[in-house]
Structure formats: structure tokens, C-alpha cells
Write a protein that binds this ligand. Structure first.
Ligand code: NAD
Ligand code: TDX
Length: 338
């Protein structure tokens, strides 16, 4: 089997590839050939693939998903596409959204067209719970209306709809997944958990947006990648699957746990201006993937978070260059590098 992984040099995509290469994903074996297509934006990093670099079954192609020639060439002979490539950071989409529409909407459309033209066997689009908007109580089922608030979420919602229309119109076997907030090793230090942890490791305060009451459901990247493999292997074409982690936490409670893990006091939290259109709470109903594919999260949050903190403490060589390049000490210092 040949698997094309777009965005395979980013946080979640590289975890998926590393897991694939060691045969750790259900339904896939060490004999499968893996092709990574990645543009290596500020978020793509060769170091994320270093543990599996040089393997004969892995080919890494530096290219843009918006380029129909690249996508077309790579689709030939491909059985499965797992599409991670995206602009993924909400704060960047507030600062400027053109790249989000280009990559997330046009790029996804370009890939879908190439996949349909070449008769690809399965196309998994990795989307997000943010497409549903914000929910004060209860949880979203997959057929809940989409009410995205950020430009990032709007661009992801558009790509979901285009993908599902490719299934209906051209019969492309598409599955759309909508996961909650991922965490784990190799996550870029612009995102909340790695930003907070690396700031504390550097003796700098945590920039907490607004009153810190916003709630996120934390999903370990290992659980997410296992769920994606189940969807790729056995998900029904044309269907949407929510994927959650089962640990909802207000940001201020998350921050308290990080302060405790790193032995820091409350003076290391700095309240900063709130994010524009900051969603109050995300919560996905995961019963469908549980009942159909047997998915349930396995990594307990306490252990996952402690391991993640330890990984960042042990891997300064990985994150220090990223912070120097992007100034990832808070949203107000964002600098485009690609
Ligand atoms: P990331 O920002 O770490 O990685 C994105 C990757 O895509 C990078 O390697 C980047 O170089 C590549 N890329 C960007 N534009 C490209 C283009 N035009 N052509 C080719 N490659 C390009 O993102 P992530 O956190 O790993 O997220 C992966 C996917 O999961 C995204 O689609 C994101 O929307 C979705 N998602 C992420 C989370 C999360 O918590 N991180 C939650 C829900 C959904
Ligand atoms: O400096 C910060 N201070 C702060 O309080 C940052 C960067 C974040 N936050 C808050 C905002 C959110 O409520 O922490 C929470 C998490 O923020 P992010 O890590 O930026 O994640 P979020 O906006 O929830 O979006 C994430 O989950 C859904 C991913 O970045 C998306 O790619 C994914 O689709």
C-alpha cells in the first residue's frame, strides 16, 4: 500500500508518519510505502522526521499542496491520502488570513481534484472541532451546523464542505475527521501548551488570554493518530467522525497544572488582552467513532501532560531555534518567516 501524508513534517502529521514507520497504527504495517508532501513553512520541520529519516520506505517531497502538478504526480499509484497540511494557528489567521484560505481551501481543493482524477482509494481530511463554533453546554454531534468564528476555522469549514461535495459529486471516498486540541511532543511553541511550558522553562510568564475561563478538550497526539488510522482503514466514505480526548479543562486550570509540574508560582501568569472572537468552549460528541470503530482515548491527561512537559525540558535543542525564528513568546510577537 502507498500512503501520501500531506503536512507530514508538522506536529500531528510527523507523529502519524513516525508511528506508521514503526508499524504502531492499527490496519497498517511496516511494509507500507509512505510519501510525505510538505512545503516546510515555519511549521514544517525536518527535525520532526529525524527519528525515521533515511528509511527506504519513506520519501519526503518538498512541495506545495496548491500546485496541481506536484499533487497529480504524487497521487498516481496512491491508495490512501491523509491530509494534514494546513495553516493551523488561530492567532496567525487573525493577523492575516489570505494564506489560510489559499492553503486550507484552495490547497485542499487541488489535492481532492488530483485524488479524484487518479482514483485514490481513500482520502482522510484532518479537520477540527473549531468548525462548529463555540458551545456553552453539551457536545456537538457530527451533523451539527457549522458556525466557525475565527478565519482559521472558517477556512477549515470551507475545506470540509468541499471535500464532502467531492464525495457526493465524484464518488471520491472521503472521510472528514474533527478533532479537539492536540498536545504532545514536537508541537510548535506557538500553541498554548508548548508556549506556556517553554516560557516557564525560560523563566518567562505565561500569557493567559482574557479571564482564562475558555475550555478546551485535550487530546494526546498518540490517541488522535490511532483514531485517524481507524478512520482511514474502516471509516465509511462520505462520513464525518469527531475525535476527542475526554479531558475538558479551563485554560486557567491547565495553567495551574503546568505551574505545579514546573514548580512555578502564580506570579508567573500574566493576564493579557483576549483573542478576537475567542471561542468559549469546544466539546465534541465522540460516540459515533466509539460505536463504529471502537475508538476511545487511552492516554490519561495527567500522564500525557507530565510526559509532554518532560519532553520539552529534555529537548531545548528542538524548540529553541523555533522560538528564535518565530519569536514564539506570545501572539503579539508573531513574525512571518516563510
Ligand atoms: P502544523 O502547523 O504543526 O503543521 C502543518 C504542516 O503543513 C507543516 O508541516 C507545514 O509545513 C505544512 N504546510 C502548510 N502549508 C502547506 C502547503 N501549502 N503545502 C504543503 N504543506 C504545507 O499543524 P498540526 O497542528 O500538525 O495540524 C495538522 C492538521 O490538524 C491541520 O489540518 C489542523 O487544522 C488540524 N488540527 C490540528 C489541531 C491541533 O490541536 N494542533 C486540532 C484540530 C485539527
Ligand atoms: O498565548 C496564548 N494564551 C492563551 O491563553 C495562546 C497561544 C493561547 N491561549 C488560549 C487560547 C485557547 O483558548 O489557550 C487555548 C488554546 O490555544 P491554541 O493552542 O492557540 O489552540 P486553539 O485556538 O484552541 O486551536 C487549536 O485547536 C484546534 C489548534 O491550534 C488548531 O489548529 C485546532 O484546529
Amino acid at each position: 500500500m502507498r500512503i501520501l501524508v500531506t503536512g507530514g513534517a508538522g506536529f500531528i502529521g510527523s507523529h502519524f508518519v513516525r508511528q506508521l514507520m514503526v508499524g504502531a497504527l492499527p490496519g497498517y504495517g511496516v511494509e507500507d510505502d509512505v510519501v510525505v508532501l510538505d512545503r516546510f513553512t515555519y511549521a514544517g520541520n525536518e527535525a520532526n522526521l529525524a527519528p525515521v529519516a533515511g528509511r527506504s520506505r519513506l520519501r519526503v517531497v518538498r512541495g506545495d499542496i496548491c500546485d496541481p502538478v506536484v499533487g497529480g504526480e504524487l497521487m498516481r499509484g496512491t491508495d490512501l491520502v491523509v491530509h494534514f497540511a494546513a495553516e493551523s494557528h488561530v492567532d496567525r489567521s487573525i493577523a492575516g488570513s489570505a494564506e489560510f484560505v489559499r492553503t486550507n481551501v484552495l490547497g485542499t481543493h487541488t489535492l481532492l481534484q488530483a485524488a479524484a482524477d487518479h482514483g485514490v482509494g481513500k482520502f482522510v481530511l484532518v479537520s477540527t472541532d473549531e468548525v462548529y463554533g463555540s458551545i456553552a453546554e453539551g457536545s456537538w454531534p457530527e451533523d451539527h451546523p457549522l458556525r466557525p468564528n475565527s478565519l482559521y476555522a472558517g477556512s477549515k469549514a470551507a475545506s470540509d464542505l468541499v471535500a464532502l461535495a467531492f464525495h457526493r459529486t465524484h464518488g471520491l471516498p472521503v472521510c472528514v475527521t474533527r478533532c479537539s486540541n492536540n498536545y504532545g511532543p514536537y508541537q510548535h511553541p506557538e500553541k498554548a501548551i508548548p508556549l506556556f511550558v517553554t516560557n516557564l522553562l525560560d523563566g518567562r510568564p505565561i500569557p493567559l488570554y482574557g479571564d482564562g475561563r475558555n475550555v478546551r478538550d485535550w487530546l494526546h497526539v498518540d490517541d488522535h493518530c490511532r483514531a485517524l488510522a481507524l478512520v482511514a482503514d474502516r471509516g465509511r466514505p462520505g462520513e464525518i467522525y469527531n475525535i476527542g480526548g475526554g479531558t475538558e479543562l479551563a485554560n486557567r486550570d491547565l495553567v495551574s497544572r503546568l505551574l505545579e509540574l514546573l514548580g512555578a508560582g502564580p506570579e508567573m501568569v500574566e493576564r493579557v488582552a483576549d483573542r478576537k472572537a475567542h471561542d468559549l468552549r469546544y466539546s465534541v460528541d465522540c460516540s459515533k467513532i466509539g460505536e463504529e470503530l471502537g475508538y476511545a482515548p487511552r492516554v490519561p491527561f495527567e500522564r500525557g501532560l507530565a510526559d509532554t512537559v518532560r519532553w520539552y525540558a529534555d529537548h531545548r535543542d528542538w524548540w529553541e531555534p523555533l522560538r528564535r525564528l518565530t519569536g514564539a513568546a506570545g501572539a503579539e510577537t508573531l513574525v512571518e518567516t516563510s
